[in-house]
Ligand binder design. Sequence first.
Ligand code: PMP
Length: 457
Amino acid sequence: MLDRNNFLKDQNTLHQFHPMTHPLISREHRPQIIVDSDGCYVTDIDGNRMVDGLGGLWNVNVGHNRAEVKAAIVKQMDRISYYSSFAGTATAPSIELSARVCQMGATEEVDKVMFSANGSDAVETALKLARQYWKLVGEPMRTKFISLKQGYHGVHFGGLSVNGTPYYRTVYEPLLPGCFQIDTPWTYRNPYSEDPAELTNAVITQLERTIYHEGAGTIAAFIAEPIQGAGGVIVPPADFWPRLRAVCDQHGILLIADEVVTGFGRSGSMFGSRGWGVKPDIMCLAKGITSGYVPLGATTLNKRVASAWYDGFTPEGVIMHGYTSTGHPLACAAALAVLDIVEGEDLPGNAARMGERLMAGLKPLAETCSVVGEVRGKGLMIGLDFVSDKKTRTPIDPGTGIVERIAGYAREKGAIVRPAGSVIILSPPLVIGEAEIDVIIDALTYGCARYDAETRA
Ligand code: PMP
């Protein structure tokens, strides 16, 4: 087994580029090869079985290796594995799934859905359809987008342009013109106020000033995640989204909720925007829709937006967008089986309950561990923010390797957790139970204590 392990790692170094890392780093820190899975656990090639504290990559919500999902994919494969949604054909699973997604999003008045293969595609589809909407309703000047700093909207050129972290963007510039980022309402780190209500006021004022400066009639949409994920699990004050919705309404601006992570239960409600009591015009969905069993993205439109396409035929109304994999039958079949589990087992409710337990177990680390500044999150999206100075809240320099080291210790104790810059991110499967939650708590508590003991020695 050791030979095969080394052989695969050598081949990997020789042939594969990995996302979001330098190839020299992947050569030095060779990947842990995951070979098996069951429920909330994964097993690596060396036989280590660990709780999957990442849920794949925020996506394996129903847990790994579910017989129902596998059966649904195979059943569809036995009929037809692929046919196109272009040119007058369709497959049954995509039709059934479109109705299902609209019905699940009914309180957001979801009327139409357009499928793709990834979260980045779902965002690209949202941005393009938002621009097309304004052409159709006779306001072609509305082309610009506003978003939040620290926001993450995938890696395509449109998504990158509204992405709120320059680090992702810089080497791929120039990007789309007409994209503006305002400050994120982040209570732990902002130059305005620690008071949530004052902070919302400050950010909403910034938004209004940006709209005034650019001209409301030039802005197509505002896009944001209901809770920022990749940016470090940043939960806005509870009144932020309702205020955002009100400002968008006042100026006619479309509101796009990027629910790629928050969609289908992760934050403790079926959609993150619903958790804030807000109905977006457009939602971007992916990840949890199939729990990662087969890639799938989806972009939903509410009645206001979708109705623009039904005002009579015009050449501008032709949807000149779509992917070979739009409506892929295997992905849609997987999604239908996954959504049965999400609803049947009330995974949003479990995420809320287990999230509270995980949070309660980890919160004390902000007091006991010298480098944990804050533990924050909602539902099963939790971040541990590591700082070099608790008073100034200066993020720990990822170059010190401290966050990676603590994550490594947690892994030794049986939990995979994700170091992302100066934050450790947790997003376990939503089917997780108390026993596995406690493994994650114990593993991180051990990792932090060991780090402190070693640095004191
Ligand atoms: N939007 C958000 C909020 C995301 O978190 C992600 C991925 N983590 C994406 C878009 C992009 O999704 P994908 O990686 O599937 O393209």
